[in-house]
Design a protein around this ligand. Structure first.
Ligand SMILES: [Mg+2]
Ligand SMILES: [Zn+2]
Length: 163
């Protein structure tokens, strides 16, 4: 089984603007050190995944194709910096749809586990909300709260130091 690091997108990789959604590539802004941190992780033997709630889709602000464009641009920049993301999983649902994949529900983590064979107790989730801690607890993942610029860099330093 592989060890993995699951990354939240908004607030960890991309600057979070509360109350607004990223609906075009122009609104996406890498947090300081995020790309370099992902590159470090990719070279360390961990599989790196992104798991993100994107309710803008089912709220009607963003299409699946539009999200695909944003994610392709994001992946190009990450790869140019030497990073590799194994896969991006997203939940398109609104909270009122009560799906099984919107964090803190665990559906997308379970899907990654089924598709890749993840050693969850020796894997990590990096999120920017205390509620992200809840999903980590449910999955038996180790958790780090990342805070804004430089947050992912610090998280990765800790992951690599703790092994
Ligand atoms: Mg977030
Ligand atoms: Zn969902």
């Amino acid at each position: 089984m592989d060890r993995a690091v699951f990354l939240d997108r908004d607030g960890v990789i991309n600057r979070l603007n509360r109350g607004s959604y990223v609906t075009s590539w122009g609104q996406f802004e890498f947090l300081e050190g995020a790309k370099e941190a992902i590159a470090k992780l990719s070279g360390s033997g961990y599989l790196v995944f992104i798991i993100t709630n994107q309710s803008a889709i089912n709220r009607g602000f963003l299409s699946e194709a539009g999200l695909g464009v944003i994610h392709n641009n994001m992946l190009c920049e990450i790869e140019a910096a030497g990073g590799r993301i194994e896969r991006i999983y997203h939940c398109p649902h609104r909270p009122d749809e009560n799906c099984g994949c919107r964090k803190p529900e665990t559906g997308l983590f379970q899907q990654a586990g089924a598709e890749y064979g993840i050693d969850f107790p020796n894997s990590w989730f990096v999120g920017d909300f205390e509620s992200d801690r809840e999903v980590a607890k449910r999955m038996g993942l180790r958790f780090i709260l990342a805070e804004g610029d430089g947050g992912l860099r610090k998280a990765v330093e800790r992951i690599l130091a703790e092994g």
